[in-house]
Design a protein around this ligand. Structure first.
Ligand SMILES: [Zn+2]
Length: 420
């Protein structure tokens, strides 16, 4: 692995000017990652490593099942999980096993993900993130606040001249977070949308004073309504960081377009629902050595952009991170054939309905449970859903009214959920 400063330099200044140059760089990194895999990881012994197709595509469950064979130290899932949970319980985030730090994911998709990283990998992660997230030119001292579920080993290694970094614990409670943010006064604020939502309301009520120059939504789906509200209140561009415990996968450019980090991660596209622009990313991470992230199938649905971005970056452009692939509704069409209804269609229809502030929808055993706030807008939301189904030529199942409950901040917000 190269020096982290090299990563920082490339990420910030060494921009690829055209796709051909980028491809050349990527193909070399990909070939190296694959070639070394059979020697590094027990799971891949016997595989030639000559081409991507030699390697199986792995979802999270399979990847966790083969955990010990997929890391360089042979650490078992149980060992890693025990260390990770202990570190998270005492909020120290310093748990190590075989010299590697352990991070836990929020675990919305069934089993909780567990990730191992070395100090060098964390330095590279930080360098790549800083290189892309900071404004160009730097424009004075920057204070970067990142509000995330766990300080986790991934986020502790950022310290550079002219840049102060503060991790703020999402589990610490809203009033603690707001006090820390107020004291720190971030110029760059990155937080999950549910937290940004709360801060924005507090700012409008005059209970919190924040003047970030850049805001990033991270780790969850950012809907248009919240983006517009944040923009109206803070008067800055709202970007997105596509960051999972699996890796740093993408970030918005100054034009506000989300670009995938094609220079760090190879992304294959698994098509979804017969729509050419929608796909599930299957990633191979060039920067991870401690653990193999090779043809790892992410649980998200992405929407590829139609038009090229004005920033002229050759990195792949994404219109939206739509949500989890498991949360796409399948409803019968007129012929009774189950057909996908994408979560963002539902979000836009219901959040755009008169009077609706927020909602949660669960498709369970053929019935839709719909919770709406304020509850007086329930009929309006229900009507919007039915009209959407009609427009899409789908039969809308029966809907039942449920209570609207806001999930704790540390739990990923899933407005649309499939429970069976
Ligand atoms: Zn761009």
């Amino acid at each position: 692995m190269t020096n982290p400063l090299g990563t920082l330099w490339r990420s910030r200044w060494g921009r690829f000017t055209d796709r051909e140059q980028l491809e050349y760089w990527r193909q070399a990194r990909l070939a190296e990652t694959l070639r070394r895999a059979p020697k590094r990881y027990r799971f891949y012994r016997g595989i030639s490593g000559d081409c991507l197709d030699d390697f199986p595509i792995m979802d999270k469950a399979t990847w966790l099942e083969n955990f010990a064979g997929l890391n360089i130290a042979g650490v078992t899932l149980e060992q890693a999980r025990a260390v990770g949970r202990r570190a998270e319980a005492d909020r120290s985030f310093s748990g190590k096993v075989a010299g590697l730090s352990v991070g836990l994911s929020s675990g919305t998709s069934g089993r909780q993900g567990v990730f191992l990283t070395s100090r060098m990998e964390r330095a590279h992660w930080a360098a790549a993130m800083i290189g892309r997230a900071l404004p160009r030119p730097l424009g004075g001292r920057q204070r970067v606040a990142m509000v995330l579920r766990a300080g986790g080993p991934l986020y502790d290694s950022v310290s550079m001249p002219g840049i102060a970094f503060r991790f703020i614990d999402l589990l610490a409670g809203v009033s603690t977070q707001q006090r820390q943010l107020q004291d720190f006064g971030p110029t760059i604020l990155a937080a999950p949308p549910a937290a940004l939502d709360i801060y924005e309301r507090a700012v409008r009520r005059g209970e919190l004073s924040l003047r970030p120059r850049t805001i990033y939504s991270v780790a969850d789906v950012l809907d248009d309504q919240l983006r517009d509200r944040l923009h109206a209140t803070f008067q800055v561009t709202i970007g997105q960081i596509y960051q999972a415990t699996e890796g740093f996968l993408g970030i918005s450019c100054p034009q506000g377009t989300l670009h995938l980090n094609d220079d760090l991660v190879h992304v294959e596209r698994e098509p979804v629902g017969g729509e050419p622009r929608r796909f599930i990313p299957v990633i191979t991470d060039f920067t991870r050595v401690s653990q193999a992230i090779i043809r790892y199938r992410m649980g998200d649905v992405l929407v590829a952009a139609e038009k090229p971005c004005a920033c002229e970056s050759p990195l792949t452009q994404i219109d939206a991170i739509e949500g989890r692939a498991d949360d796409m509704l399948r409803l019968p069409n007129a012929q009774g054939i189950p057909t996908i209804l994408f979560a963002d269609f539902i979000r836009n229809a219901i959040l755009g309905a008169p009077g609706v502030d927020d909602f949660r929808l669960v498709h369970r055993h053929g019935v839709i449970e719909l919770a709406v706030t304020p509850h007086t807008a329930w009929k309006s939301a229900d009507r919007a859903l039915r009209e959407l189904c009609e427009r899409q030529g789908l039969c809308c199942p029966d809907t039942v009214r449920t209570d609207f409950v806001v999930e704790p901040l540390a739990i990923k917000r899933r407005r649309v959920q499939v429970a069976d």
